[in-house]
Design a protein around this ligand. Sequence first.
Ligand code: MTE
Ligand code: HPA
Ligand code: MOS
Length: 771
Amino acid sequence: MIDPLKKLKDKKKLANIDAIGHVTGKSTYVDDIPTMQGTLFIKIFDSPVAHGKIKTVDFSEAEQMPGVVKIFSKKDIPGENQIGGIIQDEPLLADDEVHFRGQAILLIVAESEVEAEEALEKIKIDIEELPAIVDPKEAFLKGQFLSNSRTFQLGDSKKAFESATYIFEGSADSGGQEHLYLETQGAYAYPMEHGSIKIHSSTQGPTQVQKAIARVLGVGMNKVEVDVTRIGGGFGGKEDQANPFAAMTALVAWVLKKPAKCILHRMEDMRMTGKRHPYRSDYKIGLDKNLKIVAYEAAFFQNGGAAADLSPAVLERTLFHATNSYFIPNVVLQAHCCKTNLPPNTAFRGFGGPQGMFVIEAAIDHAARILNVNASDIQQNNLLKDGDEFPYGQIVEDGEAKNSWNELGEKYDIEKIRTSINSYNLPTGQAGNKNTFSKKGMALMPICFGISFTNTMMNHARALVHIYTDGTVGVSTGAIEMGQGVNTKMVQVAAREFGIAPELIKLETTNTTRVANTSPSAASATADLNGKALLDACQQIKNRLIKMIQEVYQLEESAPIIFKNEKITIAKNGKEIPWHQVVTDAFSKRINLSAKGHYATPRINFNKETGKGHPFAYHVYGTALFTATVDCLRGIYEIDEVHIVHDVGETINELVDLGQIEGGLVQGIGWMTMEEIIFNQKGKLLSNALSTYKIPDIYAAPKTINTSFLPLRADNLAIYKSKAVGEPPLMYGIGAYFAIRNAVHAFNPNANFEYVSPITPERVLMALYCK
Ligand code: MTE
Ligand code: HPA
Ligand code: MOS
């Protein structure tokens, strides 16, 4: 067996510390925690209609069912029946009106899950159904909003359009996306002494869970301890939406003074939780005769669902990324947070950025098609360079848009690929045509993604480090491991600072009593924020050890002391002291071997009123090249090759970063091509299981993915210059959409089809034969 902790010569290749546990099934998740005697099980009775007034709910029969302990309604909530984060518009259990199918109304608590399920069937509800809205433009027209509309503006687009040579207008709609984390939402809670409660929650945001529970129970946050070992994927779906299920579980445990557990089944999870926001958008793009984009206007209609959740923040990030990697001097971007009768949509990898980027790419494709040029010519011609201004006022520094594009061009002969695709695609009837019913397409996709929570206040973190007297180290941070490898990176930080082997370091669970007031693990910033807080803690202890050595060996303060290979070396005389020796010496001298570190991202700021500032610590760039083949009889397609040049800064872990790039890419391809969320007009989720909602499997993944890392050119604010990698690669997936589209146009040059994603085989087939 491969030992994942085996010290590889190249530390950058340290395997994910969870790898063996995951493949052998030893890694534990909430549902694996052995249940205590007397544990109660919760089933949620949720709304069968998307909008309605509850007239009566009769659970008298359900209450009499075997094993049933209690049925909870909003009346049983001791504190506030409210879990809204940004806006206070979300009851934990429904009030008199329900606003989406899947909204929790009652909690059935029984001695077993089966008994709770059987009782659920006996509940009778009488609801007066009200009209439901599922489309954001309809909500917009009816004045249904979750929060204020927003505008970002740069230059004078009105004037710029007057002098533009070419102007194109259209619309582009992108669909939602189901998170489909392997571990569904769930929690396990039990009462503790002194009126407190402990809960294991599958959450990206333990502090958010703690807050929601304290509020619902009407107690202080200090009475609520949240503990997370790891989660089986989050992808944004557990940034906020673990809260209700944790709060329900805590409520039951608190009121009944018994351990309680709630784990959603897959179909319940799909029905009750929000997804990536579908967007409908209108664009207007203006170019001069040299294909410079001189003006861009866009209006985004976000389908927010029935409660705000994180929608206002997601909406804002759409605006931040609406011009992707391009400099456009005159811009007006408007965004509307529309209220519909769907489950509240929420964070999903990219956090609104992908939805904004899809629209500018559609606008560029539109212009290219009519002007009969390659979209890549327009893309390349407008890439950001240092000194350019983003519509939100930040100035490009150490930009890598052109570098990543050029590096891709040097590695792969783009014109040669284009020529071979063109000859493959020779029109029917033309000499040499061989592929009448098979066409290929290619597309380039540059990305630019800002790193930091757009809410400046959230960009700080803490960490706690203990060195035990035997020289082993325990590390607690606010980071949640969700498969992205952040714990492995944290081990690397501590190992590097103390100069000791990763085997000597243990990553503790993420726990609100050890590290408090955490931001959720999100915005791709987890390793930066927690890693730098950890660095601070390690350095504090190191400085104490250095001071001790200086005193013992009577060295001057500037004498270099090196921590490496489990030894502390005094550079001047080459004296080496083993790590564990230094630790025992320090302890016997009563030196503190524990430290709490803190980090707050410097420099960032953003003024929501003016829409200007410097919100991001840095940006992540990259460029991808896609080729795809479309079967023109059946409408099915394959992504043949993806070549990526990605800006990782200077990676601290190649394998983890590569995994994030490939995983993000395939998730992005899924969103753009095959993952189709369908609600009917009455707000009922039709794609409600894995039989009707298709995500990419190994056969749908590109046949080839070549990823290379762009060499580091400048310092940055990332942990050890290793840039955030979690979300940006998802947006490469947009390239798959345009590669497929271009193949369709090779078959049917007059195909007149809207920019609608996902570009499913059904849509492709219609487009292949449309006029
Ligand atoms: N990778 C895996 N395997 N599982 C996940 O849930 N979430 C993504 C990304 N990569 C996710 C993932 C999202 S939405 C974010 S914001 C980042 O990881 C969060 O982790 P980071 O801040 O450590 O990159
Ligand atoms: N990204 C991800 N999650 C967030 C953000 C963000 O910018 N702001 C608040 N939650
Ligand atoms: Mo990620 S969408 O910021 O959890």
